[in-house]
Design a protein around this ligand. Structure first.
Ligand code: SF4
Length: 385
């Protein structure tokens, strides 16, 4: 089964840390919706390879998908049903900003078939929200989660951010406990990343804002893992935690290197060993569609070595490297040659767990995930030559 991602490139106001593609001119939403319907049709017409594919996840991300009217989301969903084989038990996620939804809207979302909500809450402290440039308050966030449950949603996720200026372990733990108290089955807890080109980047560069040092960041990450695991959440990706059975099926496709299609400006697609992405510019996107052309900016074909590297990297970051799948895909054992000794050493030091099916990171391993991945990938290259 494959996934579909829909990028909604609009935000009421840009947050200071965000480098996702979106514009603040909401007057274009209507034209955009018409264009994305056209994009889906053009893609379907030009892509025979999709004939036999079936999709069991649809993810509306952004940007702020919850800015769309329910009827606009419904039109996009209808187009997907018309053009693709969509599984009966499809997971349909909408990312929602607490400042853009109310009880009625959430109820209508549920009525049109959306069955998963991902709320960008980020913090339960209003001063943090103000600093980040969010358009909602902590009270809005708590209320919308309650309204979502009342509207019949069971699968609800909240996003939180740690590593804010001056944040200490106590404040961060309080944030985590507030999310736990809401009884949401899924929590994404991201480290604040300073992306170049964002206002936050300039503030940090000029010294106006100082972020916690790497030791403090590590302490905050440790607190996240400990607090959420103690509360019954499974740590199934570097930044993602869920009650059993509530892992985000759509995001798991990215991490398991499975096929997905992306529509909308800047959306990425991956199919077998090809990755392609749309222009990250609303004007160019609308113009391409007007000309009856797919708005693709570029593509890459992943060679065998790159596929192996990504499979290991993504596997380690999430549910582990699946040994059987690895052999089936690449024709040799992940645990062969020099890498076996390295993994045994890492296991002794408590960084990884190895069983007959998977190699996965421990809590200690997640803290240095990238270093472990780079090290193992350098060894696997040696084996595969
Ligand atoms: S609302 Fe979300 S997508 Fe929009 S600017 Fe803020 S973080 Fe980025």
């Amino acid at each position: 089964m494959s996934g579909i991602y829909i990028h909604i490139p609009f935000c009421e106001r840009k947050c200071i840390y965000c480098d996702f593609y979106s514009v603040e001119d909401l007057g274009w939403i209507d034209s955009f919706v018409n264009s994305i319907l056209r994009e889906i049709e053009i893609f379907r017409r030009e892509s025979d390879f999709i004939e036999t594919a079936c999709f069991d996840t649809v993810y509306f991300g952004g940007g702020t998908p919850s800015l769309l009217e329910v009827s606009q989301i419904e039109r996009i969903l209808n187009s997907l049903y018309k053009n693709f084989c969509i599984s009966q038990d499809v997971e349909i996620t909408v990312e929602a900003n607490p400042g853009t939804v109310n009880r009625e809207k959430l109820f209508s979302f549920r009525k049109v078939g959306i069955n998963r909500l991902s709320f960008g809450i980020q913090s339960f402290f209003d001063e943090d929200l103000k600093f980040l440039g969010r358009i909602h308050t902590s009270k809005d966030a708590v209320e919308c989660v309650k309204f979502a449950f009342e509207s019949g949603f069971e699968n609800i996720s909240v996003d939180l951010i740690f590593g804010l200026p001056g944040q200490n372990v106590r404040d961060w733990a309080e944030n985590l406990h507030k999310a736990i108290e809401l009884n949401v089955p899924h929590i994404s807890a991201y480290n604040l990343i300073v992306e170049s080109g964002t206002p936050l980047y300039e503030l940090v560069r000029s010294g106006e804002v100082k972020l916690p040092d790497e030791f403090k960041q590590a302490e905050l990450y440790e607190t996240t893992m400990e607090t959420l695991e103690d509360a019954g959440y499974i740590h199934y990706e570097v930044s993602n935690y869920a009650y059993e059975g509530f892992e985000c099926r759509h995001n798991l496709k990215y991490w398991k290197h499975e096929n997905y299609l992306g529509f909308g400006p800047s959306a990425h697609s991956f199919w077998l060993n090809k990755r392609w992405w749309n222009v990250a510019n609303l004007n160019k996107y609308l113009k391409a569609i007007d000309l009856n052309k797919l708005p693709i900016a570029n593509f890459e074909i992943l060679d065998a070595e790159k596929m192996v590297e990504e499979f290991i990297y993504l596997g380690l970051r999430s549910t582990g490297v699946d040994l059987e799948k690895f052999k089936e895909k690449f024709g040799f054992d992940f645990l062969g040659g020099e890498i076996r000794e390295e993994l045994i050493e890492l296991e002794k030091l408590g960084f990884v767990e190895i069983d007959n099916f998977k190699v996965r990171l421990t809590r200690k391993g997640f803290s240095v995930c990238d270093e472990i991945a780079v090290n193992l990938i350098s060894k696997i290259k040696y084996v595969s030559r």
